[in-house]
Write a protein that binds this ligand. Structure first.
Ligand code: IPM
Ligand code: MN
Length: 430
């Protein structure tokens, strides 16, 4: 069977994620897709990243076994711990493998205490930041939607604070510039084996003695593509969800020049998008609105570092970092990862919540299904999503962050079992 993709060179194709109406953006050629296995590059990384990735692989095996879908998985060791063991952040050729031989990349978490490169940069950064920059994954899509039955932990007590029906937004974090620019660039250069070209600024008038600095360049091109992405997403959520959508621009344009350009571009693009309400907020006040009135937010677009910070805060509305998933999307590549880090404190204990990772797999299914026009994989995306919701509906076991005492693998196994039952029903052959 051959399926043709519907996209053309230079055309942006927008699809929906089922549950959250997040967006899949592509700029692909019209290519025939046979029912061959999807090529996944799997990067477990550090600490608990490895433990949650084990649950992702368990789920992938269940889908392979019980559906027509198959995966060709290349597991690549990487990260700060790998660096401490081997002196390398990942094996040579890994960047090229991710670039040239992957339909999607799945990442656990990167970062380990004491793992630093000789120049002081985080070891393992080549994996996450080298890929974000080197593969132009400019849109970091972080849906913030609350599953029914997930409690919120406030003051050490688990209870429902925010209503599931009122928490449904998508944060779009710019992923290639801003305050991350110089580190992203260094990491891209390392990943591509290129020489570091340091940015030289000799002095800051008015400051004396030792000074460390990070430039925060924000470009028109970078702002345009992320703001357009946000408006396209708002239009499509409007159609899909049937409710009016707003786009909120979050910046600090009262203070920073980069943000002034970001907001100027936002207003220009907003003027081309009638029918979508626009809002503007400074990041400081926004953090307050985010927790107090999340029902007022739909699509939110933020420069890189503000997006990094605000999405950790936003995860609280979904039940915490153990529930927050993300997609890093560019014109030709996509990488999926939980929003959380490697949590060294919990590493090796089999206690962290694997659902953010499983939800990232779910987003990956949706994205590949859309990109490859694969209705079976689309159906698998639904099944994984429904299995997670059903797990909560039926009071399934949960990890400590949600008030339970189940292990990472208990939760992973329970959801995998639900998927298996649903898959058997769906794909049963007579
Ligand atoms: C994230 C992480 C990364 C970031 C780190 C690990 C470099 O915090 O994906 O949010 O700062 O972007
Ligand atoms: Mn972060």
């Amino acid at each position: 069977m051959t399926v043709y993709q519907v996209s053309h060179v230079s055309v942006w194709i927008i699809g929906f994620g089922r549950r959250t109406g997040w967006v899949v953006l592509m700029n692909d050629e019209l290519v025939p897709h046979s029912m061959a296995a999807y090529r996944l590059s799997v990067l477990p990384g550090d600490g608990t990243g490895r433990e949650v990735m084990a649950e992702a692989l368990r789920i992938l095996a269940v889908f392979e076994e019980n559906s027509p879908i198959s995966f060709e998985i290349t597991e690549i060791p990487c990260g700060g711990q790998y660096y401490l063991e081997t002196g390398e952040e990942w094996p040579e050729g890994s960047f090229e493998h991710c670039r040239d031989n992957s339909d999607a990349i799945l990442l656990g978490a990167i970062g380990w205490p004491g793992a630093r490169l000789p120049n002081g940069d985080m070891a393992g950064g080549q994996t996450i930041l080298g890929l974000r920059s080197g593969l132009e994954l400019f849109a970091n899509v972080r849906p913030v939607k609350l599953y029914k039955g997930v409690p919120h932990k406030v003051h050490g007590i688990h209870k429902q604070v925010w209503e599931p029906d009122l928490v449904d937004m998508v944060m779009i974090r710019e992923n290639t510039e801003g305050l991350y620019h110089s580190l992203l660039r260094r990491m891209e250069q390392r990943a591509k084996g290129q020489k570091d070209e340091p940015i030289v600024i000799d002095e800051f008038p008015g400051l004396e003695g030792e000074v460390a600095w990070d430039p925060r360049p924000i470009s028109r091109k970078g702002s345009e593509r992320i703001v357009k992405f946000a408006f396209d997403l708002a239009h499509h959520r409007q159609k899909k969800l049937g409710t009016p959508q707003s786009v909120t621009c979050v910046d600090k344009s009262n203070v920073s020049r980069g943000c002034q350009l970001f907001r100027k571009v936002f207003r220009e693009i907003a003027s081309e998008h009638e029918g979508v309400e626009t809002k503007e907020a400074y990041i400081d006040a926004f953090t307050m609105w985010l927790v107090r009135d999340p029902e007022d937010l739909d699509v939110v677009v933020l420069p890189n570092m503000f997006g990094d910070i605000a999405t950790d805060l936003a995860s609280v509305l979904q039940g915490g970092m153990g529930m927050a998933a993300s997609a890093n999307l560019g014109p030709n590549h996509m990488l999926f990862e939980p929003v959380h880090g490697s949590s060294p404190k919990y590493a090796g204990k089999n206690v962290v919540n694997p659902i953010a990772m499983l939800q990232s797999v779910q987003m990956m299914f949706e994205a590949i299904a859309y990109r490859k026009n694969d209705s079976n994989l689309d159906c698998c995306a639904d099944i994984l999503q429904n299995a997670i919701q059903e797990h909560f509906d039926e009071g399934g076991c949960v990890t400590y962050d949600l008030g339970g005492d189940a292990s990472t693998s208990d939760v992973g196994e329970a959801i995998a079992e639900r998927c298996e039952i649903m898959l058997r029903e769906q794909f049963a052959t007579a």
